[in-house]
Design a protein around this ligand. Structure first.
Ligand SMILES: [Mn+2]
Length: 295
């Protein structure tokens, strides 16, 4: 662990914390723009932009035991990183601390999912991503940011892998062995009925009533709001949509990550800013909606 910076409000020690952040600055397989290794500290810096009191949730981060573990240092080799990251996630689960992972590239997520699967046998995974990332391998690599959905589906099962916000996939999609997807178009066009408020999304999310891991690839958001990512893909989700999705899902979330931010291409810092704010939102929403299930 080598980061001196801490995410805002992280004054609790690990053993007494409810949430713990871990930076994973792994960035070895990015196919287009490198630079996500700088994201954990960039998102930590951005976290000081906001008031600890979250008006919409009537929750103050100052009243919640938050902890920041710094960054994983074993980032040169995937198999070494995998071992270290699994150990850290297991430690958090054993201490009943909610894990928040800050990437780094998306290939860290299957490792976290596989570690959580040992604790939660019935785990669902909701991936927010512009890209389907369902290749079996990419450029000869099994563990690449372009194979994330495939690896996750092997861990928890295809029927328990959901990908929302998709607008880019390899040519052989769809086929009979694909995960459940909602495209960014389906999700944004769902918002037209003000009274009902996203009926399709709410209907889809009803299928989730189990512990769920939430993986947010920031490229799910439209590049107008989140330009600083490895593979920006136009026609994405509005930030507010992601916020609402997090709110609807919070009773079930048992861990989350925010990945693929690339500060080098984030000249105004708005992608790091939004990433930090989504972490605030998840905590605020989760604290305001008491968990109803004991997993
Ligand atoms: Mn992506």
């Amino acid at each position: 662990m080598n980061s001196k910076l801490e995410f805002a409000g992280c004054s609790s020690d690990f053993a007494n914390s409810r949430y713990s952040l871990l930076g994973v600055p792994y960035d070895r397989t990015s196919s287009f723009r490198l630079g996500s290794a700088k994201a954990p500290d960039s998102i930590r810096r951005a976290s000081y932009c906001f008031e600890p009191y979250l008006l919409e949730y009537d929750v103050s981060l100052n009243d919640i035991a938050l902890h920041d573990q710094g960054n994983i240092t074993s980032i040169e080799d995937f198999s070494v990183l995998e071992k270290e990251l699994r150990k850290e996630v297991k430690k958090m689960v054993d201490h009943e601390v909610f894990p928040i992972l800050i990437g780094g590239e998306h290939s860290i997520s299957p490792v976290v999912v596989s570690a959580l699967k040992e604790e939660y046998d019935d785990l669902d995974v909701l991936i927010l991503d512009a890209h389907l990332d369902f290749r079996d391998e990419y450029e000869g690599l099994k563990h690449s940011h372009a194979t994330v959905t495939k690896r996750i589906s092997e861990s928890v099962g295809l029927e328990k892998t959901l990908v929302y916000g998709v607008r880019s996939a390899a040519k052989n999609y769809p086929d009979e062995v694909s995960p459940t997807i909602l495209t960014s178009k389906e999700i944004e066009e769902d918002s037209s009925d003000e009274k009902e408020g996203r009926p399709l999304l709410k209907e889809e999310l009803k299928k989730i009533s189990r512990p769920t891991y939430l993986s947010i690839d920031m490229d799910v958001v439209d590049p107008a709001y989140a330009p600083g990512v490895g593979n920006p893909e136009p026609f994405g989700l509005e930030p507010r949509t992601v916020k609402e999705l997090i709110y609807e899902l919070t009773p079930y979330i048992v861990g989350m990550d925010v990945v693929e931010v690339c500060p080098k291409y984030d000249s105004s810092g708005i992608t790091s800013n939004l990433s930090a704010r989504l972490v605030y939102d998840m905590i605020g929403a989760r604290e305001s909606r008491k968990l109803t299930e004991d997993w």
